[in-house]
Design a protein around this ligand. Structure first.
Ligand code: SF4
Length: 202
């Protein structure tokens, strides 16, 4: 794939899975395509589906606040989901959908070429730590155990630091997670500063 715009136009006409029949819009991604930090969520929700933009609802606002707290904005990051189309009633993605949609995410990661990937919630944490192989997701522990713990993995022959954090939507249902999320975002800040020290052009 030559560039992200080309990938986005291919993705926007995708009919590979059943979600193409119920979606309003394909939700490809948003942010700075040259960002060194990539956030990956699970799938678009209602507002994202209507607007065709990820993280525009209440969870998106929480993510913006958390980014701002550590001195970052969308100019510093790119945000995408595993699935590019909304599962009806916001149900969990199924294996088939993840398998069919993951090639788009793999291409997105290659083109954005991030130094740090922050996975938002269980599904993206398991998929990325399984090195984007949906068949290996079951062998990865859940977000409750992994949040806030960074790990370096090799994706497409390149080392990338992965930092799992809870999905911001989880905070809306469980306000007790608010403090945990703030602590985990501080860890993101530390890891980014550490990367900046190690790599001159971060
Ligand atoms: S969810 Fe992914 S694989 Fe399914 S139709 Fe949308 S873009 Fe295609």
């Amino acid at each position: 794939m030559q560039n992200i715009q080309e990938l986005e136009s291919i993705c926007k006409t995708c009919m590979k899975c059943e979600l193409s029949k119920t979606r309003t819009n394909v939700v490809f991604g948003k942010g700075n395509i040259k960002a060194k930090i990539l956030f990956i969520g699970e799938a678009p929700g209602k507002n994202e589906d209507i607007q065709g933009i990820p993280f525009v609802g209440a969870a998106g606002k929480e993510l913006d606040k958390l980014l701002n707290k550590i001195g970052l904005s969308l100019d510093d990051a790119y945000i995408a989901n595993i699935l590019k189309c909304r599962p009806p009633e916001n149900r969990n993605p199924n294996n088939e959908e993840i398998k069919l949609c993951t090639p788009y995410l793999i291409e997105q990661i290659k083109l954005i070429n991030p130094e740090v990937i922050c996975t938002l919630g269980n599904y993206s944490t398991k998929l990325i730590l399984a090195k984007c192989n949906p068949d290996n997701m079951k062998s990865i522990e859940g977000i409750t155990k992994l949040h806030g713990k960074s790990k370096i993995i090799v994706l497409d022959e390149k080392e990338v630091k992965v930092i799992p954090i809870y999905h911001p939507a989880a905070m809306l249902y469980n306000p007790k997670l608010r403090e945990t999320m703030s602590i985990d975002f501080e860890k993101i800040k530390e890891e980014i500063n550490c990367e900046k020290k190690n790599k001159k052009n971060f």
